[in-house]
Ligand binder design. Structure first.
Ligand code: S0N
Length: 274
């Protein structure tokens, strides 16, 4: 099923490729010399791309991947790890990958991790945060934090535990071993494993299937599944979408129209449900 798609650049960046094809955006970490490790600039560029994906109404699904056939992402770039975070070109240490996690989680559209090789350390966390993971059969998954002096107590542990269970999540973090794509699928943290040649075609096929579904229903399902873990923030995002849907109804229009027409609103004409 190896097919090529006519991806068109949305915007040029130094560390990522950001492309579009038939309703799908693709963000590719483009630092193959460091196995697609991220530095602060990489994260800022992905954050900007995610924001564009949110605003553009012709983008329905987002694919996150890495350049080449070796790595999806190998986490934080160890060359720029300083005291207090990863040091960008401005000399300031940051942990801004966490802001990227929030963007992925908040985006009211599905984000699919297309894992084409190593998903290690912060790269593993990135695929965990995505809504779905499709992996090539050469992919390897694992955490390295306690081996290299870092850890993610956020989505990279609590949300991971929702996928694989508490015991496995502890094993993944305590031992820092690597797992094959098949093992990751059996554990429940990967949706589907295909050959590397089939990876993009399969991912695009999944995107196209999702695009045949109701966007509002998909949005509400993502919000509802998030809300369980995200506490007040998750409820706020779900309530925000409930408000959006209310604004789509005539009943909400009646309130505004009555105000503008300087009359009492007539809410009696709208159906009430048991
Ligand atoms: C990926 C590994 C297993 C591949 O091993 P392999 O096949 O033996 O290749 P190598 O020769 O090791 O690597 C090829 C080239 O790529 C460079 N490279 C690889 N990874 C990195 C990296 N992370 N940073 C910089 N360079 C990297 C190699 O140096 C090599 O280059 P050359 O050819 O020039 O020698 C293996 O490479 C590996 O284990 N990599 C390191 C993985 C790792 O430990 N990553 C960091 C883990 N920590 C984080 O990611 C922290 C993330 C974070 O910031 C965070 C903070 C707060 C909350 C959450 C997070 C979060 O986790 O997201």
């Amino acid at each position: 099923m190896s097919t090529t798609f006519d991806w068109k650049s949305i915007k040029e960046y130094s560390d990522i490729k950001f492309e579009f094809f038939e309703g799908i955006a693709k963000i590719t970490i483009n630092r193959p010399e460091v196995y697609n490790a991220f530095r602060p600039e990489t994260n800022n560029q992905m954050i900007e791309a995610m924001d564009i994906c949110r605003e553009r109404t012709d983008i329905n699904v987002v694919i996150l991947t890495g350049t080449g056939d070796k790595a999806f992402c190998s986490g934080g770039d160890q060359n720029v790890k300083g005291v207090g975070g990863y040091v960008g070109e401005d000399g300031v240490p940051r942990l801004n990958v966490l802001d990227l996690h929030k963007r992925i989680r908040s985006l009211p559209k599905p984000v699919i991790a297309m894992v084409n090789g190593y998903a290690i350390g912060g790269g593993h966390v990135l695929h965990v945060v995505c809504d779905l993971t499709i992996a090539s059969d050469n992919a390897k998954f694992g955490q390295t934090g306690p081996k290299v002096g870092s850890f993610d107590g956020g989505f990279g542990s609590s949300y991971l535990a929702r996928h694989v269970g508490q015991k496995k999540a502890r094993e993944i973090w305590f031992l820092c071993e690597q797992y094959t794509a098949d093992e990751a699928e059996k554990m429940g943290m990967v949706n589907k494993v295909v050959s590397l040649e089939e990876l993009e075609a399969t991912t695009v096929k999944w995107c196209k299937t999702i695009m045949k579904r109701s966007p509002l229903a998909i949005r509400m399902i993502k919000r509802s599944l998030n809300a369980e873990l995200d506490g007040q923030h998750g409820l706020m995002e779900m309530a925000g979408d409930a408000t959006l849907m209310y604004y789509l109804m005539e009943e909400a229009q009646e309130g505004k129209n009555a105000f503008l027409e300087k009359r009492d609103p007539d809410f009696d004409k709208f159906p009430k449900f048991p």
